[in-house]
Write a protein that binds this ligand. Sequence first.
Ligand SMILES: N[C@@H](CCC(=O)N[C@@H](CS)C(=O)NCC(=O)O)C(=O)O
Length: 156
Amino acid sequence: MFPSKFYSRTLVRPHNLLLQMLTSRRSSSSPLEKDLSPFSLGKGTKCPPLTPGVMRIYSMRFCPYAQRTRLVLQYKQIPHELVNINLKHKPKWLRERYPAGLVPILEKDGQVVYESSVCNDYLDEMYPEPKLTPSDPFKKAEDKMLSETFSKVMLC
Ligand SMILES: N[C@@H](CCC(=O)N[C@@H](CS)C(=O)NCC(=O)O)C(=O)O
């Protein structure tokens, strides 16, 4: 799914980026990412007001699916807002966006996209440069093999 360039720019140093994401007091580790929820937003909270033209990701700090989409946002240098959700006590407005109540969810200008693989494909089509997949079939296969291996490590 991700090109070699992706790994060299982003995933060759996954520990740095992921460790920053996981350990920093604020979960945002990039100037591209505006964290609207230093504390996870749960039941009874209000959804932070949306900004026209700005991509938003609903996430959870330790969610590997959300981290994949956050890595794509970083790779493509897309400025975005981060809203962390308390998944134990989900706010009502999360299920209004995705009835299953899972993260990640992307939202921009009234358009809502959920499921990490769908989110990543959507971002790749909305922001074509740099592309996530190489056009060469063998390179693409190599990247998918690496991605499969990495997924097992991340999701076990
Ligand atoms: N198939 C989904 C899985 C997402 C998922 O399972 N997210 C977890 C957090 S890592 C979640 O939202 N869990 C809340 C729940 O199960 O209620 C995807 O790829 O986006």
